[in-house]
Design a protein around this ligand. Structure first.
Ligand code: ZN
Length: 202
């Protein structure tokens, strides 16, 4: 399945003028929740992703996702691959493992997101798993936002990618579109105002 086509068909590839959580602006925004609101489709995508990881010869015990965005994708991946699933969440901006979730010494994890942008949240989750004695063997996401190198796609790595060099990232596709700093945003120059995704029913 073509991931870009799926995002477009499900109203998840938004066109407009968006204020991203990084403070930058973009003409496009990926709203993965619109894809994952369909559990059958979510299962199908996660099944493909599980297959990509398996084909690469990666063996793992569990999947961990950073809340909130990663939970649906990670849960479906764990379900399709027959693994355990836990998630990390931010408590006053600090990524934490709560709710009685435990990590066994040597337990092998795949860290799963919906979209990997620079991979910052995924990396924070990985650090928690490793600090508790687990081993992160790979990262995974439904799609890559064009900044990180994807093992199964072979695209190049941008300097803003935060994921470790020594662990592979697997995704079903790669989205590549420009983001702008507010003072050099061509959309702002045309007089439009950036909106926060989700603030106008999107
Ligand atoms: Zn702008």
């Amino acid at each position: 399945m073509e991931i870009e086509k799926i995002y477009k068909e499900n109203g998840a590839y938004l066109h407009g003028h968006f204020l991203l959580s990084s403070g930058n602006h973009s003409e496009y925004y990926l709203q993965s929740a619109k894809v994952l609101e369909n559990p059958a489709l979510a299962g199908e995508l996660a099944s493909q992703l599980a297959g990509v990881i398996k084909d690469a010869g990666i063996s793992y015990d569990s999947v961990c996702s950073p809340a909130l965005g990663g939970i649906l994708a990670g849960y479906e991946l764990a379900k399709q691959a027959g693994k355990r699933f836990i998630f990390t969440e931010r408590v006053e901006k600090i990524m934490s493992l709560r709710r009685g979730f435990e990590v066994k010494k040597g337990e092998k994890f795949v860290i799963c997101e919906d979209i990997i942008t620079t991979g910052g949240s995924a990396l924070e989750s990985a650090k928690i798993i490793e600090s508790l004695g687990g081993e992160v063997v790979a990262f995974a996401a439904l799609a890559n936002r064009g900044f990180c190198a994807v093992a199964n796609l072979g695209n190049s790595r941008h300097e803003s990618c935060k994921l470790p060099f020594d662990k592979p990232l697997f995704t079903l596709g790669n989205f590549s579109f420009e983001i702008y700093e507010p003072n050099s945003c061509p959309l702002c120059k045309n007089g439009s105002v950036a909106i926060k995704p989700g603030s106008r029913g999107n």
